[in-house]
Design a protein around this ligand. Structure first.
Ligand code: ATP
Ligand code: MG
Length: 345
């Protein structure tokens, strides 16, 4: 369900990140990887916005560019900082620190994202120290409170990360992200490395924290099953571009892009009689490159028509009347009836 409409917390316009690939350290540029290639979306305050797509489609690069952990090649990002819209892409490092205080990240792998040489107290209090918040005693108090909030025993704050299970380590990562009271949390595959039962616990925790602290999430995942349960709106990425963006309900029940239908057909269903749709790949008429004027999905698409090979589809709103925005980049979206996943599944 979409929560009450408020002003966007984050706006991303035509974001691009191109990586030059060189031969040798100082060799000439052999090709350019268009990891993110003109991505636009906004994230409303208090919502969970999902960014999904297969491995290598550019999800993490998008997140890193948004927070300017890496410099985007082009495009603009605005962040609503204390009521006024600030263009992140224009800020110097000192001003950026104010944004980083409000926008924190949770990473995929709780084994690698925590420094094994630091105690849990040191890990969680690091952002407080970095921003020179409070005294040593007040920081320790804040660490204890935050550990309790995420379901960890504060008596264990002097332990090292190896003494915790995977799920507990991810709770430590969440505590570290929460300790500065941010308004935006970018969660990059936060449950992908965890067992299914632990995944559910962490997702429930993230939802509880959202209600408790009025958090906004940019939730990155390749797992549509997870996205369906936690996200209000979802954008699907393919080869550095958005192919569809809609409310989670509309995307799952009424997908309009063949790539999304393909992803949905792989979501496990509880119905033992469900026959998985065979995935038919179109015969590649010609190889589609990222620089070509064509649909990037054309040579994997079972519905590709001639136009798909010589014209790039624009992302357009297919919603009717007062329906919520449903953006899709497909020449054939108007005449295809694609198979989604019903509410019960
Ligand atoms: N520093 C880099 N130099 C060159 N190419 C890069 C660099 N970082 C990322 N890429 C490429 O950019 C593309 C997008 O990578 P990215 O990590 O954003 O994908 P992703 O969607 O997060 O994938 P995953 O689900 O596996 O995490 C990939 O093809 C990757 O190889
Ligand atoms: Mg990634």
């Amino acid at each position: 369900m979409t929560k009450g409409m408020k002003a966007p917390l984050l706006k991303v316009r035509e974001l691009k990140k191109h990586f030059p690939v060189r031969k040798g350290l100082f060799g000439r540029v052999r090709k350019v990887v268009r990891a993110v290639d003109g991505v636009s979306f906004h994230v409303n305050q208090g919502e969970t916005f999902g960014l999904v797509g297969e491995s290598g489609c550019g999800k993490s690069t998008t997140a890193r560019c948004i927070l300017r952990a890496i410099e985007p090649t082009d495009g603009k990002v605005w962040f609503n900082l204390q009521g006024s819209s600030t263009e992140i892409t224009q800020l110097d490092t000192e001003e950026l620190r104010q944004v980083w205080r409000q926008a924190q990240m949770i990473f995929q792998d709780p084994y690698y994202s925590l420094n094994p040489r630091l105690t849990v107290e040191e890990i969680i209090s690091e952002p407080l120290q970095c921003f020179q918040v409070g005294t040593k005693a007040s920081r320790q108090q804040k660490v204890a409170e935050t550990m309790e909030v995420v379901g960890l025993d504060p008596n264990h704050m002097s332990r090292y990360p190896h003494a915790f299970s995977g799920g507990q380590r991810q709770r430590i990562g969440i505590a570290r992200a929460l300790v500065l009271n941010p308004c935006l949390i970018v969660a990059d595959e936060p449950v992908s490395a965890l067992d299914v039962s632990i995944q559910a616990q962490i997702l429930n925790l993230l939802q509880d924290l959202q209600d408790q602290f009025m958090l906004t999430y940019l939730f990155i995942s390749h797992d549509l099953g997870v996205v369906k349960h936690i996200c209000d709106r979802v954008a699907v990425m393919y080869k550095g571009q958005l192919v569809e963006l809609a409310t989670a309900h509309d995307l799952f029940s009424d997908p309009k892009h063949p790539y999304v239908e393909l992803l949905l057909s792989a979501v496990p269903r509880p119905d033992p009689n469900y026959q998985m749709k065979p995935i038919v790949f179109a015969r590649a008429k010609k190889e589609v490159s990222q620089s070509a004027d064509s649909c990037l999905f054309a040579n994997r698409c079972p519905y590709a028509a001639d136009i798909c090979y010589h014209q790039t589809p624009m992302l357009v709103n297919e919603a009717k009347g007062s329906e919520p925005e449903h953006l899709v980049a497909c020449h054939r979206s108007g005449d295809l009836r694609l198979e989604g996943v019903s509410e019960a599944e």
